[in-house]
Design a protein around this ligand. Sequence first.
Ligand code: ZN
Length: 121
Amino acid sequence: MSLICAEYRCPDHGIFEEIVDRPAPDEMFCHELLEDGARCCRPSSWTISAPRPKVLSVPCYATVRGGDTERRPGMLDTRPLADGQSYTAWSADQAKTQRDRRHKQLIDKGLTSKKVIVGGG
Ligand SMILES: [Zn+2]
């Protein structure tokens, strides 16, 4: 057993830190003292310590839980290059991924329809 510092978010008092056994429980009770001297005790859910990235945005940090096998959408992945893919093909893949991502963002914003006009191939 090892102790870690985890962050929890109380609906009333925001984020507080708690020393807990690993793995961190999904929920802790808020210890915030109220004006009448009682504790808040509201269930507070575990929150990741790092800033939560916006959906589909590229995070500014490269370390993700689970190690190197999982990449977030849009994260630069040069592993195919190491596997022998030509730079031209890899670069085309990057451009395609970026186009798809951009297209999805536009759809999410309602700025364009689902119809994809594919040009160039
Ligand atoms: Zn609270």
